[in-house]
Design a protein around this ligand. Structure first.
Ligand code: ZN
Length: 203
């Protein structure tokens, strides 16, 4: 399966001047919502991801995704693995589990994102699960931006990866492209454009 081609075919692999959720700037942006707009594609991707997890012998009871980005991929993956699905969301910048979602004592969770960049939001969701008595056993995403190391990839973990070393990350593909501190962004220095975050405001 050529994941990069699927992203390109769905107009989900954008070129421009972008502001990522992690705060960094980049010339490229993966808009996973566009890939997941077709439920058939979502199912194909989730099923490939589910296979990696079952092949690795990882048992989970439930999936939790950080809102909003991870919700569709997490839900689609939960459907494939036959487990329940909840999400965590930010309330005044703090990741929180609301809406009556329960975490049972020692329940085994996988945290699912659409894309893992540094893994910051995924880690915050994981901390919430563990604070509520659950146990996080693995992470998953459709795409890995190459800062963290996923299973079956030789990419070296970068120092800005926030995910714990002792939990596996499953992802379908590595998408490696440069990201810049806003103060050191060549696209900003060019002065022709301002970074924007796709999916926000009118974008
Ligand atoms: Zn910039």
């Amino acid at each position: 399966m050529n994941i990069e081609q699927i992203y390109k075919d769905s107009n989900a692999y954008l070129e421009g001047h972008f502001k990522l959720s992690s705060g960094y700037h980049s010339k490229y942006y993966l808009q996973s919502a566009k890939v997941l707009e077709d439920p058939k594609t979502a199912k194909i991707l989730a099923s490939a991801l589910a296979k990696q997890i079952t092949d690795a012998g990882i048992h989970i009871d439930a999936i939790c995704s950080p809102a909003l980005g991870g919700i569709i991929s997490g839900y689609a993956l939960a459907e494939q693995l036959g487990v329940r699905f909840i999400f965590a969301e930010r309330v005044n910048t703090k990741m929180t589990i609301r809406r009556g979602f329960e975490v049972k004592q020692n329940e085994k969770f996988l945290i699912c994102e659409d894309i893992i960049t540094t893994g910051g939001s995924a880690l915050e969701a994981a901390n919430e699960i563990e604070k509520n008595g659950g146990q996080v056993v693995a992470y998953a995403a459709l795409a890995n931006r190459g800062f963290c190391t996923r299973r079956n990839s030789k990419l070296q973990r970068q120092k800005n990866c926030k995910l714990p070393l002792d939990k596996p990350l499953f992802a379908l593909e590595d998408f490696v492209f440069d990201i810049y501190e806003p103060s050191n962004c060549p696209l900003c220095k060019e002065g022709k454009s301002q970074a924007y975050k796709p999916g926000s405001k009118n974008n």
